[in-house]
Design a protein around this ligand. Sequence first.
Ligand SMILES: C[S@@+](CC[C@H](N)C(=O)[O-])C[C@H]1O[C@@H](n2cnc3c(N)ncnc32)[C@H](O)[C@@H]1O
Length: 237
Amino acid sequence: MAGVGTAVGGLFDRSADRYDRINTAITFGQDRRWRRWAARSAVRWPGPRVLDACSGTGLVGLEAARLGARVTLADVSPGMLARARERATARRLDVSTCLVDLADPQAAAGLLDFDAITLAFGLRYFDDPAAVMRRLAAALRPDGELVLLEAVLPDGGLVARGASFYFFHVAPRLAVLLGGRRELYDRLTASVRSLGTAADVADVLAAAGFDVVRRRRFVGGLVIGVVARRTRGTVAG
Ligand SMILES: C[S@@+](CC[C@H](N)C(=O)[O-])C[C@H]1O[C@@H](n2cnc3c(N)ncnc32)[C@H](O)[C@@H]1O
């Protein structure tokens, strides 16, 4: 039977060709800024080993590679990874790719000893986010850092309320008008609702053995950036 990861992977496979273009259109190009922040946060000294988990087409991982990191792109969707490889070749960037279902503890067990892990807009696709975060913590070297970017339910404020209305009601329709698959954007908004607020994400990180060292809020807190350090002795769950 196909697992959760493979079902989501199939959905992204069918969207790989348009995914980046639609993202940039519905965020008015802001998504590039968020992803650049994530890549820069992961590359703080020359040549770190970086795992871009749920890499998709490699928007964060390829930027980290451009900044000098040795990058592995990991995703459950062969179509998204194929797109990432095409982009790497076009930019003459040398990266590794790994087709993996991060919801599967056995499949993820071979990922080890990274200096940093980036996870951009991937956490919300997991039924058990804390288990995945524990798995990712175990893939980091001790004191290694996780850089998380995620859309969350904002906790108030005028900008956040406006951004939230746009995100939940306008952006999905716009994405479909631009040729996106309705099921993907329905899933996107549902998954943000089920992941919850920035405080819920902080609880997930704490439960997985991460200490938050830095936070960023984008668009009034609808998108959050978090840098968190693996505490010593974290064990995969
Ligand atoms: C919204 S996209 C984000 C992609 C990329 N990080 C970015 O910033 O554009 C989510 C990605 O998570 C991947 N994904 C979802 N479930 C996964 C799983 N169980 N294991 C690995 N990757 C998964 C999808 O295939 C998709 O490429």
